[in-house]
Design a protein around this ligand. Structure first.
Ligand code: 13P
Ligand code: ZN
Length: 277
């Protein structure tokens, strides 16, 4: 019998973990990934499942995800090891009919539990499943260096982060036209930060956690990784620009953005196109 790691969705999951590691976003056990598995993919994976584990509490309630299956990274696991031993570093879990408990069907072979950010991942999935009409399936958390650095420098508002990052690369407003949300510093791993993040996910595909990292949501691994990569690259340009000279000599203007929106057929909310003094 072939291995579960030969399945396309599992390969995509493993590759994304490794791509993030190669970007330098996953020191030690930093960052985590989850994927809402399609029904036909679950059927292809079922032959590899063991007897289900005990039902355990998620730590929040996600009734909109009742009965869904997810592939998730394990808590304390290193992204750099996923490619070497996915069965130890990741898991496939099933949610109960209340959306309050999960059980492990495969993986975490050396023991352990899903990522400590499971409440944030699942609350984000619940919101995104609803607002995207079921198309969003990937939630990704990474410790992106330049975005984290910016949270010590810029005011922690959606408007400033969105506008400054849009200005750093012409493609940005096309890649994330809805903008970016920002959460001030909070204790990670619990329900409170999950609620705050999922609130932002109603409007945005990107949420920044001050002094910690970023969450991105998307339809598939390519789009979600690409979104994280685009935002972080834009932050890198901003950090480089500010390191050389804090004042911009020239930039992309609000009218430039409006022209871009017209030709690229995206809607850019006017609240991000404010006049600066
Ligand atoms: P986990 O190892 O539990 O996934 O935690 C890593 C992390 O980035 C917490 O925010
Ligand atoms: Zn983290």
């Amino acid at each position: 019998m072939a291995a579960i790691t030969d399945l396309k969705f599992v390969q995509g999951f493993i590759r994304m973990c490794n791509d993030g590691w190669n970007q330098g976003w996953h020191e030690r056990n930093g960052g985590n990934l989850s994927y809402r598995i399609k029904p036909e993919e679950i059927e292809s994976a079922r032959p590899y499942f063991h007897e289900p584990g005990e039902w355990r509490e998620i730590g929040t309630s996600v009734p909109g995800l009742a009965g869904e299956y997810f592939m998730v990274t394990g808590s304390g696991k290193y992204m750099r090891n996923v490619i070497l031993d996915a069965e130890d570093c990741t898991a496939v879990i099933e949610l109960d009919e209340a959306g309050e408990h999960y059980r492990i069907l495969w993986g975490l072979s050396g023991g352990g539990r899903p990522t400590s950010e499971l409440p944030s991942h699942l609350m984000n999935h619940e919101v995104k499943k609803e607002v995207s009409g079921g198309t969003h399936r990937v939630i990704y958390h990474a410790h992106t260096t330049n975005v984290i650095a910016l949270t010590f420098i810029l005011p922690l508002t959606d408007e400033v982060f969105t506008r400054e990052l849009w200005e750093m690369a012409t493609e940005c407003p096309v890649v994330f036209p809805d903008g970016i949300g920002v959460v001030g510093w909070m204790v990670p791993g619990g329900r409170d930060i999950a609620v705050a993040t999922s609130e932002l996910m109603k409007k945005y595909d990107v949420a920044i956690w001050a002094h910690h990292g970023m969450f991105c949501s998307g339809e598939d691994f390519d789009l979600t990784f690409g979104l994280m990569h685009t935002v972080e690259k834009s932050a890198e340009i901003l950090i480089k620009m500010m390191s050389v000279q804090p004042q911009k000599r020239q930039t992309i203007t609000p009218q430039n953005f409006r022209d871009l929106a017209r030709d690229f057929k995206v809607t850019l909310p006017e609240r991000f196109l404010y006049e600066k003094e």
